[in-house]
Write a protein that binds this ligand. Sequence first.
Ligand code: TRP
Length: 457
Amino acid sequence: MAVAVPERRTSLHGQWSSRFAFILAVSGSAIGLGNIWKFPYIAGVNGGGAFVLVYLLCVFMVGLPIMMAEILIGRRGRRNPIATMALLGEEEGGSRHWGLIGVAGVITGFLILSYYSVIAGWALAYIFESASGAFVEVDSAGVDEIFSGLSGSWIATGFWHTLFMVMTTVVVSRGVERGLERAVRVLMPALVVLLLMLLGYSIIAGDFAQGLRFMFEPKFSELTRAGALAALGHAFFTLSVGMGAVMAYGAYLPAGASIARTSVAVICADTGIAIVAGLVIFPIVFANGLDPAAGPGLIFQTLPLAFGQMPGGIIVAVLFFLLLTFAAWTSAISLMEPAVAWLIETAKLRRTSAAGLVGVTTWVLGFLSVGSFNVLANFRLFGRTLFDNLDFLTSNIMLPLGGLAIVFFAGWVMSRNSSADELDPAAGPGYRAWCFAARYIAPVAVVLIFLNAVGLF
Ligand code: TRP
């Protein structure tokens, strides 16, 4: 039997100053390397159009209901994701074992951060590379040389990874509040402006028609089973859902704020940035005879070509990689926060010690990904490098499974009274649509794509 729901809880750590602040924080988490680095590269590897279509469907049909589920659970529990899932699990489902979903999420975040930091480190390195003028008038062979100089050296890549981990740990250890919220407020709009400038460049100087065709012409013959799974996984990754990061942020959301409208705003911002990034990168790829399926190095090999040719390119390049680093930073923080919040609450560590512990462990683990581009490049498991395995395991398996568990809990285990209490059915027909999506569409879609990926139909 469900236990009677207690008085409305309050968060142990205060709350966001407004709904807008929350939108910024979740957008800061969602918008990151996933949009600008990962989306173009996996769309390229998976053949473009049909992949993009499946990705968009997954974002709106699966990602949206799951994001709403995470926020509503987080706001109801008002604790770190592990404690929240255990608490609500007991209230709604009669078992604290639901907390294991939170545990899996914390582990997922930790694994993602370990390789995320390596790529973010490259972005950081490119700020300095651009500032030195290395990209001025460079051709694609020259860009290639600069990129392999960085990725091919474990010392160089490891150095920037270290620096990025230190930056992330410092912010998390101080508490996420003011500095970051304020910075994101200025920097995210700046990122949008710069991306639009680059879009202008790619329309003028790139092969825009071919780029458009590549991204939006769905050639279903090119969509593999693995590609559909990758599209699902990326929908989770780019929205930061499936591991409890959004749940942790939801714990600080003021009671009256509309969860539906908030989630829609975040999802539109995230998707818009990914699409613009694709429309910047692919026309440059095609105009320069590069390979859209180049893999993780794609943006580090295409964008510098554009920067090298445009007037004021040095400044634009420095700004761009600075903002990319910032976008990655606000995301990395959200990957670390659940583990740190949990350590503080359960192990009673001070915030600095908790952040330090998580930071050092992630940093060490990150060297598996650092090495994947150089000394360990030939070490393959299941035919993939360690970096690719970590990415595959977390994005394509752990996040969808975590999201499935979360949305199952919100849709089937929680009472309608509780979910309606958070989602406010009076606000319109949205509540019933959410119920349907949470109970049927999202779980069925995840299961079907999984079954399809292992070849069962
Ligand atoms: N969404 C971020 C990006 O697109 C990465 C990220 C941050 C993330 N927090 C997350 C991914 C939580 C999965 C889960 O770059």
